[in-house]
Design a protein around this ligand. Structure first.
Ligand code: GCU
Length: 674
């Protein structure tokens, strides 16, 4: 599993015969570390896929790959107009004549585009595409495509299920683990161009000179691959490591401290990306400690970074100190009043839903509601609430569902994707963040199929309109094989997998039903403790009469945070999409469902369906034994067996618990626990 989707194993002979003659030679000026990285990738990949690497030439011959920028390569000068508008990261991959010879060309305006173009070209070969009419022209839709590592300095990874942090702080900067380079390669191959190295629950020590030396070393590894490093900044750092008496954002000394810190960082890392900040949330320090707003806090850091071109990604995942009437509403209430107050180099980073990375949530009402502020989409790649790394849940479908949701803030077609890419409200800055699932495990992500979530996140950050099915297919082809007997069933498993998790953990809009603290198994009975909004009963609100959280205009009124047309749909129990029924409504146990069954029967049916889907996934995988190497096949099979067991656990525990309220018999057809 170490090679991820960059395995480069030999292609079948027919494909080698088709491709190899076209890539015997390479014409490329290798005058920068980025170009060297692209050239090395190409050589290694073609050696692996085709059995031979292209030989450098300085004159055109048949079968030459030509890689370069029209500005610096005379033989590509004719493409100047074609690369115009592609920016530094876009590229074209085209079959054309160069100096009268047929050639395959990878052209871009800058090194970053050449790296991306090279990986794009390799993907064509890896997935067995024809090169006949090759003519691709691509550029990323989202500007900042960033991974967020929730990695502590002692290598513990918060919500990480794949070993320790890959950042070996103790041995840095002296030892650069080759894994860092492979990390950079993998990310560049899917277009990721930034990485926040440390946990949002930040340790201020990351900003000390000792650690900044280590960060500088990592930045050096990432740079050729077009990846900038960012750090999570602890708001109270001026006090903790700076010796100041306050961290008040309006205090001139605090402002001077952050400016000096930014200068120090850029002195070491000229292309440093900027800061990610979690403030006044879950006990983290922040501007509200001094009676200041999120905008005051974000602008403090933004002003320090601005002279160097850095940005602040200020998180909207907040908890107010006082318990709210509905946690769903907090971020919106705290942030919308400040729309327009943030500096130009601030982005507000918003989780995909208003609660917390649940298996399904409606999109966060902040998307579309802050037209004057660029909003970063924050997805979770690690599966905190979807069975860690043992359960197979392909999150491409979740990401796609959220990105395609129509906010309706500016009429139809105001999709979340169009908010995030900046097009809806005309922002130059745009961003997407993925909470990484990467660790020191040999397979990086704790399971083979969790690599697909990293992959899908990167692909959607590049182009939020891609289909999750197409992405799954690419990934399967590169990770396993192009054999149609494998591709179709595995893609099918992946496409069903997340819905299965929704079904066996709580469908129809139920949410936050997991065990306390660890967030793994079922815990719909979780009650009591420090805050009501950390329990499960707060969210499902089951009684003898019914179940669900009333967020209608007559309830908590969270619906009104959405655009009026959508609010009207969510507010109406007959129009709300059934998958969000209990998210927005408290309804009786015999509420009639579209299937014709009462709610209780439908809920039980969904729990059963979730378990059945996992059983089917297992059977599908078992039948593929001869198509997958033994080692990977065995691990996936073992994990699916765990998943089936635990899907039953979720189902049986949840049904037994909810039945104490519903006091209704189990519907006919329900499979009793074995
Ligand atoms: C969740 C998660 C925490 C994390 C937090 C965040 O609540 O359980 O571990 O710190 O999200 O996103 O900040």
């Amino acid at each position: 599993g170490y090679d991820l989707w960059l395995r480069y194993r030999p292609l079948p002979a027919a494909q080698v015969a088709a491709y190899a003659p076209e890539m015997q030679h390479l014409r490329m000026d290798v005058d920068s570390p980025a170009r060297a990285a692209a050239r090395d990738e190409l050589s290694n990949a073609l050696q692996g896929l085709l059995g031979s690497a292209p030989q450098p030439v300085d004159r055109m011959r048949p079968g030459t790959l030509v890689i370069g920028t029209p500005a610096s390569s005379p033989w590509l000068a004719g493409l100047a107009a074609d690369v115009d508008g592609l920016g530094d990261e876009g590229f074209l991959v085209r079959r054309m004549r160069v100096d009268g010879q047929p050639a395959i060309v990878i052209a871009a305006n800058a090194d970053a585009g050449l790296v991306y173009g090279t990986f794009r070209f390799l993907r064509l070969l890896q997935t067995g595409q024809s090169l006949e009419a090759l003519d691709l022209r691509e550029a990323p839709r989202v500007k900042l495509r960033v991974l967020n590592h929730w990695d502590d300095l002692n290598r513990y990874v918060e919500r990480g299920y794949s070993g320790q942090s890959i950042w070996d702080w103790h041995r840095l900067p002296g030892w650069l683990d080759p894994r860092y380079t492979d990390y950079a390669r993998a990310n560049a191959s899917i277009g990721i161009n930034g990485t926040v190295l440390n946990n949002v629950n930040a340790n201020a020590r990351i900003l000390t000179p000792q650690y900044l030396e280590k960060v500088r070393a990592l930045a050096g590894v990432m740079r050729p691959y077009g990846i900038r490093v960012y750090l999570s900044a602890r708001f109270s750092a001026p006090m903790e490591i700076g010796g100041l008496a306050t961290s008040d954002p309006l205090d001139p000394e605090v402002q001077r401290w952050w400016k000096a810190k930014a200068d120090e960082i850029y002195g070491l890392i000229p292309d440093f990306g900027g800061f990610l900040v979690k403030a006044n949330s879950e006990g983290q320090p922040g501007p509200q400690d001094y009676g200041r707003s999120h905008a005051d806090g974000a602008n403090l850091l933004a002003d320090a970074l601005a002279p160097h071109g850095g940005v602040v990604m200020w998180r909207a995942f907040v908890y107010s100190e006082e318990e709210p009437d509905d946690r769903h509403k907090q971020a919106y209430n705290e942030f919308v009043p400040h729309d327009g107050e943030f500096r130009d180099n601030v982005l507000v980073q918003v989780k995909n839903g208003a609660i917390d990375f649940q298996p399904r949530e409606p999109f966060h009402p902040l998307f579309g509601a802050m037209p004057r502020t660029p909003l970063v989409m924050e997805f979770q790649i690690t599966k905190e609430y979807l069975g860690f790394s043992t359960h197979l849940a392909y999150k491409g479908t979740l990401y796609e569902e959220v990105l395609r949701a129509d906010t309706r803030v500016d009429g139809e077609g105001s999709t979340v994707a169009n908010v995030v890419d900046g097009s809806l409200h005309g922002h130059v800055l745009s961003g997407m963040a993925g909470v990484a699932n990467i660790g020191s495990d040999r397979s990086w992500s704790g399971s083979h199929f969790d690599q697909a979530n990293w992959y899908a996140y990167g692909r959607l950050a590049w182009d939020p309109d891609l289909s999750s099915r197409a992405i799954a297919e690419e990934w399967v082809r590169m990770t396993f094989s192009n054999d149609p007997a494998l591709v179709a069933p595995v893609v099918g498993m992946m496409m069903d997998s997340r819905e299965a998790v929704v079904d066996y953990t709580g469908a129809l809009g139920l949410h936050h039903l997991m065990g306390r603290g660890h967030h793994y198994g079922p815990g719909p009975w979780v009650d009591g403790g420090p805050r009501a909004d950390w329990t499960s009963v707060y969210y499902h609100r089951a009684t003898g009469e019914g179940i669900g959280f009333d967020r209608t205009t007559g309830g908590s009124d969270a619906v009104s945070q959405y655009a009026p047309e959508l609010a009207a749909v969510f507010d109406d129990p007959t129009r709300v999409p059934e998958e969000f029924l209990l998210w927005f409504h408290h309804v009786p146990w015999d509420h009639p469902m579209r299937s014709g069954q009462p709610l209780w029967d439908e809920l039980v049916m969904r729990y059963d369906r979730g378990v059945d889907t996992v059983r089917r996934m297992r059977a599908t995988w078992d039948a593929l034994q001869e198509h997958v190497d033994g080692e990977r096949h065995r691990q996936v099979a073992a994990f699916l067996a765990i998943q089936e067991n635990e899907a039953q656990w979720w189902r049986d525990a949840s049904i037994a618990y909810f039945q104490t309220f519903a006091r209704r018999p189990l519907p006919a057809g329900h499979a009793p626990p074995p």
